[in-house]
Design a binder for this molecule. Structure first.
Ligand code: PGA
Length: 254
């Protein structure tokens, strides 16, 4: 069975001390988490949060990294630097990176390579815009994003990879994909994975849903067959909301 996973993407919110208070609140309310829980704070917080989180079940990730391993790239942070500060995973290809910073499939492919070289868990984010959905192209768009990002890798190298399906029109808008729309895309992603990497890899890969997940809608989304958890933006900044979403694990009582 796939372990249910809930991750908080803090984006460019909180100062380091506020981030520390937020993880302390999360840790004190977490209890016996039946899910795998991750937080993705700004990179400036990693070193500070690594210590309290090291003794906890909550894992720490970075939101972005350079596509190069090192060199003259003013302002960039390499995967190995982020790892040295405590990151265990990396978000790759969040739609804000694709749209606002022009990240292409080729660059994301390089970031994935850096991430695997350093043994970090990659969280590959994919998702269509509203226009792409309305034109009926959404499945092909997502298939293409997966193929571009994973080109040249085999299933074995990608064993730890997690996919986050985040329809762009649902991110930060309050508009969530319906459980039916989300399940349909997740099942499609699993079929794409099966075709590329085989049935057994597709059975194992975790596919998260992201886009306006809240305590009120989490249980219904997470109850879908191919939804293995969520990538949470806005609602991950309030410990109480995030914890309620973590607890909306459909396998909790099994
Ligand atoms: P949201 O963001 O939950 O605020 O919609 C999700 C994300 O961008 O990862």
């Amino acid at each position: 069975m796939r372990t249910h996973l809930v991750a908080g993407n803090w984006k460019m919110h909180t100062h380091p001390k506020e981030g520390l208070a937020l993880v302390q609140e999360i840790l004190s309310g977490l209890g016996k988490a039946e899910s795998e829980v991750w937080v993705f704070p700004p990179a400036t917080h990693l070193s500070l949060l690594a210590e309290p989180l090291a003794q906890s079940p909550v894992k720490l990730g970075a939101q972005n990294a350079a596509s190069a391993a090192q060199g003259a790239y003013t302002g960039e942070l390499s995967v190995s630097m982020l790892k040295a500060c405590g990151a265990q995973g990396l978000l790759i290809g969040h739609s804000e990176r694709r749209q606002l910073f022009g990240e292409t499939g080729k660059v994301l492919n390089q970031k994935l390579e850096r991430c695997l070289e350093e043994d970090l868990t990659p969280f590959l984010c994919v998702g269509e815009t509203l226009e792409e959905r309305e034109s009926g192209n959404h499945m092909e768009v997502v298939r293409h994003q997966i193929e571009e990002a994973t080109e040249g890798f085999d299933g074995e190298a990608l064993q730890t990879l997690v996919i986050a399906y985040e329809p762009v029109w649902a991110i930060g808008t309050g508009q969530t994909a319906s459980p039916f729309q989300a399940q349909e895309m997740h099942a499609f992603i699993r079929r794409v994975w099966a075709k590329k990497f085989g049935e057994s890899a597709a059975e194992k890969i975790r596919i998260l849903y992201g886009g306006s997940v809240k305590p009120e809608n989490a249980a219904e989304l997470f109850g879908q067959t191919d939804i293995d958890g969520g990538l949470i933006g806005g609602a991950s900044l309030k410990a109480a909301d995030f914890l309620q979403i973590v607890q909306a694990n459909p396998h909790y009582d099994l």
